[in-house]
Design a protein around this ligand. Structure first.
Ligand SMILES: Nc1ncnc2c1ncn2[C@@H]1O[C@H](COP(=O)(O)OP(=O)(O)OP(=O)(O)O)[C@@H](O)[C@H]1O
Length: 311
């Protein structure tokens, strides 16, 4: 658990993070969104002591981080940034092994961990271990950057616009990877992003910042349905609200009995995908399949109800 308590950072008397308090529960993803200059990065960097707060307290699992040695904090907290931040003259293996080496893991353990992470990110170790960052694509560099942040098995992962530089297809894949990794290891993730779509897809909770203040900290459904201020509503995008709500749930969560004509949709797809597919194929309902078996249907009527403002 990360408890942020009345944290303030001022530069030359001007607060850039202004009395922010929030509690990030273990094993959850918190997406921090807001306009440029709203204090997101400063807030994130106070969690791993790259920035020293002017006042306030941050506790990790109940322990004030001022009492944790930076060495120890680095082990507990992974850090991945936009543009990956890899050391250009180090190989992929050297980059991923950086923190375990600092922690004096054995050579064999470091090597095994590098292979494990490369395999996790679908990069064949025999092909990629000895390459330099310049010999990788942007998406591969980004994956190595996240692998490096995860190398010492941190409980907490801080990510600052980690997918910002990626094209939409690779970005979607990177987001899926993050969800899979977070679920597998139970990592607590704090992720800064400009992209509300990304925040809604990834965040168990969304923290909305503006001019250093935390305007709302709530699950996506609540931020969409009950924005705390007009600014939050604007950030969500008024015309996007119903579609954003649909994107939060899977077809499997709202299966209807009965059948329908045409190609089936996978139960794992989102309601938004279902809505789009029904409109595109001119159908009012479609069958749904799971593991190759028809399990029910999804209809436009039901989707329209689910897209309405939550009561
Ligand atoms: N070292 C510093 N000295 C003075 N001002 C700073 C410093 N670091 C950040 N700031 C200012 O603090 C404010 C918040 O910056 P921060 O990087 O936290 O915003 P952000 O929300 O992450 O922005 P972006 O989305 O553009 O990255 C900005 O106005 C910035 O200019």
């Amino acid at each position: 658990m990360i408890e942020i308590d009345s944290i303030v950072k001022t530069y030359e008397g001007v607060p850039v993070v202004d009395a922010v308090s929030m509690t990030i529960q273990p094993h959850t993803i918190c997406a921090v969104v807001g306009t440029s200059g709203s204090g997101k990065t400063t807030l994130l960097r106070m969690i791993n002591r790259l920035v020293t707060p002017t006042s306030g307290t941050i506790r990790i699992d109940g322990e004030d981080i001022r009492g944790i040695r930076p060495y120890e904090l680095r082990r507990r907290i992974g850090y991945a940034i936009q543009g990956h931040g890899l050391f250009p003259h180090w190989t992929v293996a050297q980059n991923i092994g950086a923190v375990p080496r600092l922690l004096k893991w054995s050579k064999a353990d470091i090597s095994a961990r590098i292979n494990e992470l490369l395999e996790l990110f679908q990069l064949d170790p025999s092909q990629y271990r000895d390459r330099f960052p310049s010999e990788l694509s942007g998406g591969q560099q980004q994956r190595v950057g996240v692998a490096r942040a995860l190398a010492a098995r941190p409980n907490i992962l801080l990510m600052d616009e980690p997918f910002g530089a990626l094209d939409p297809v690779i970005r979607a894949k990177a987001q899926e990877d993050l969800v899979a990794i977070q679920q597998r290891f139970g990592t607590t993730v704090v992720l800064v992003t400009h992209d509300m779509e990304e925040a809604i897809y990834l965040g168990h909770n969304i923290a909305v910042m503006d001019a250093g203040k935390l305007l709302q900290f709530a699950p996506p459904k609540q931020v969409i349905g009950r924005p705390a201020t007009p600014f939050v509503q604007e950030l969500i995008g008024t015309s996007e609200r119903p579609f954003r709500l649909l994107s939060l749930s899977k077809i499997a969560d709202h299966l209807e009995d009965g059948d329908a004509d045409g190609d089936p949709l996978p139960a794992t797809a989102t309601l938004r995908d279902a809505y789009s597919e029904l409109l595109w194929s001119g159908r009012s309902a479609a069958p749904v399949e799971k593991d190759g078996r028809l399990v029910g249907r999804v209809s436009l009527d039901a989707l329209a109800r689910l897209a309405a403002r939550p009561q």
